[in-house]
Design a protein around this ligand. Structure first.
Ligand SMILES: [Zn+2]
Length: 264
């Protein structure tokens, strides 16, 4: 089976409060984290996960820096690629900071979960503002696959449906020389969702973010979700596939930037 290396790409930065990352915990703690895409190298096709964030300085109250197409173009250039080189784009979910800039990728096949497509047509009222519903019409003009759970994207790359953060988010299971890694999308924003015992971490601005440790929890959910019961089921499922928390790559963790997985 093909073995890949996973390169997280920082394509912008977004500022929020920690209670967005960990529901109702540390309510007035600001933090800045990367908007991430992931490039899978080592296969016969060039595969990108997620397409970055809308061009805006402040979207729905989230301050952004480096937003829009430029951040994506720059991040790809740093690894010797242009957007038009990309063969396959996997979109984890249709939030504004994961599925923007699709017109950069005219030669790509797009892969989205069928359930996310359906949910994106009519999100919960609370979540309409963060959903890129307008993009559905644009996506229909592309080579678009609406995948089911377990769909094989390429040899060694499968997508699984992991509802909870949204109704139809997908995670990407990637074969590597060190076993399976799972790109979780926003099922987990940061390592602190997987390690609630953490007392602090460093954000994208170099600031130390103090956490209220939650050692009695196996996991800690984000503040944005459609179904918390589904969220727990999805996280346990991802862990069973990855085999270890260190093989789960969260959707916005500052510690992933400029690293490559597996690291050995
Ligand atoms: Zn999201």
């Amino acid at each position: 089976m093909t073995e890949y290396r996973i390169r997280p790409l920082e394509v912008a930065q977004i500022t929020a409060i920690k209670a967005v990352v960990t529901q109702m915990c540390d309510l007035i703690t600001p933090l800045t984290v990367p908007v991430l895409a992931f490039y899978l190298e080592g296969g016969s096709q060039k595969i990108l996960v997620d397409t970055g964030v809308l061009e805006s300085e402040n979207y729905h109250g989230f301050p952004l820096s480096g937003s829009g197409p430029r951040g994506m173009i720059k991040a790809l250039a740093e690894i010797g690629l242009k957007p038009e080189d990309i063969d396959i784009v996997i979109i984890t979910h249709m939030h504004f900071d994961h599925a923007a800039n699709i017109s950069l990728f005219p030669n790509a096949r797009f892969i989205l979960q069928k359930k996310e497509w359906e949910y994106a047509k009519a999100p919960l009222p609370l979540q309409r503002a963060v959903y890129l519903t307008d993009l559905l019409g644009q996506l229909e003009k592309y080579d678009l696959i609406l995948a089911d759970d377990g769909y094989e994207v390429a040899d060694g790359v499968n997508v699984i449906c992991v509802p909870g953060h949204t109704k139809g988010q997908q995670a990407i299971v990637v074969n590597t020389s060190d076993g399976k890694y799972v790109i979780s999308g926003d099922l987990c924003y940061l390592q602190v969702n997987l390690h609630p015992e953490l007392e602090s971490f460093v954000d994208s601005m170099g600031a130390t973010i103090n956490c209220t440790p939650q050692p009695d929890h196996a996991f800690y959910p984000p503040g944005i979700h459609t179904d918390l019961s589904e969220w727990y089921n999805s996280v346990w499922r991802v862990l069973s596939i990855a085999g270890s928390r260190s093989h789960i790559l969260p959707g916005h963790d500052p510690s992933l930037v400029r690293r490559v997985f597996p690291e050995k």
